[in-house]
Write a protein that binds this ligand. Structure first.
Ligand code: ZN
Length: 145
């Protein structure tokens, strides 16, 4: 596994709408491992592919059970109820600001074995996923109210 360089604001790749992944190739699987390693070394709890210079819809999330890879994730439902909590971002060093996010979300994605996964997320887990999906749409915490 190798550690990848994390792109920081104002790198234009962070502003692109990332492309859907059409096939989970060995390169994608390798990238997932490298992203997981990069996230761990940087003490991050989530990392999206645009942050390491790949404009594709992939992110990794740190969970109690290890890293979770989400390919082409979509948030299929989000609660109207929101929470305002401080967030940081590896691509926006030195900035921490409160961001309003839905408390509960439902997520649909592919995992690295090309299987569709659907699950409910709440609290910090839901927050991290919303943050990473924002990255796939070119949105940074500095854009949030
Ligand atoms: Zn971020």
């Amino acid at each position: 596994m190798s550690r990848l360089e994390i792109k920081t604001n104002p790198d234009p790749i962070l502003r692109e709408k990332a492309k859907k992944i059409s096939e989970i190739t060995p390169e994608i699987k390798r990238l997932i491992l490298d992203m997981a390693e990069t996230m761990k070394k940087a003490n991050g709890i989530g990392l999206a592919a645009p942050q390491i210079g790949q404009s594709i819809r992939l992110c990794v999330i740190n969970t109690e059970k290890g890293h979770l890879a989400l390919i082409n994730p979509t948030i299929t439902w989000k609660s109207l109820r929101k929470e305002n909590e401080e967030e940081g971002c590896l691509s926006v060093p030195g900035i921490f600001k409160p961001v309003k996010r839905s408390k509960i979300i439902y997520v649909k994605a592919l995992n690295q074995d090309n299987k569709e996964i659907k699950f409910r997320a709440s609290g910090l887990f839901a927050r991290v996923i919303q943050h990473e999906v924002d990255h796939l749409d070119g949105v940074l915490i500095t854009d949030k109210k």
